[in-house]
Design a protein around this ligand. Structure first.
Ligand SMILES: [Cu+2]
Length: 123
C-alpha cells in the first residue's frame, strides 16, 4: 500500500514537471523594470516593464497602488514600438514620496497569461 502511494506521487510529480517545463519557455516573465523592484528612486515618469517574450498590449497592463492600498491612476499600457517585449505604462501625475506596488498582467504573443507584482519607493 505504502509503496503504491509513493509510486503514484512520483508519477504525478514527473507529469507535473513535464507540463511545467514545456510551458515555461513560452510564457512572458518579467525580467527587469524601471523603477526597479525594491528600488528607492527620486522620481518616476512612467513604468517600464521588460518581459522575456513579446506581449499583447491590448491584453496587458498594470495597476499601481500607494499608501493604504489606494489606487493611483495610470495611463493605458503601450509597447515600445521597437521592442514588443517592453511594456510602457505612463503615469497620470508625478508620484509623491512613499511606497508603491505595481500589479502587472500580460498576455504573451503565444496567448499565455502571466501576472505578478513588485514594490518600489519614491524618495
Ligand atoms: Cu506561454
Amino acid at each position: 500500500m505504502a509503496f503504491n502511494v509513493t509510486h503514484r506521487i512520483a508519477a504525478f510529480t514527473f507529469a507535473s514537471s513535464l507540463l511545467f517545463s514545456s510551458g515555461v519557455f513560452a510564457h512572458a516573465h518579467l525580467k527587469s523594470q524601471i523603477p526597479a523592484a525594491d528600488a528607492t528612486v527620486a522620481a518616476a515618469e512612467q513604468l517600464v516593464l521588460n518581459f522575456s517574450e513579446g506581449v499583447e498590449p491590448a491584453f496587458s497592463g498594470a495597476t499601481l497602488t500607494g499608501a493604504d492600498n489606494a489606487a493611483i491612476g495610470v495611463g493605458k499600457a503601450r509597447l515600445n514600438e521597437n521592442d514588443n517585449k517592453q511594456l510602457i505604462i505612463p503615469l497620470n501625475a508625478a508620484l509623491m514620496s512613499g511606497d508603491y506596488r505595481v500589479n502587472w498582467h500580460v498576455v504573451s504573443v503565444d496567448g499565455h497569461k502571466t501576472q505578478g507584482s513588485y514594490h518600489f519607493r519614491i524618495q
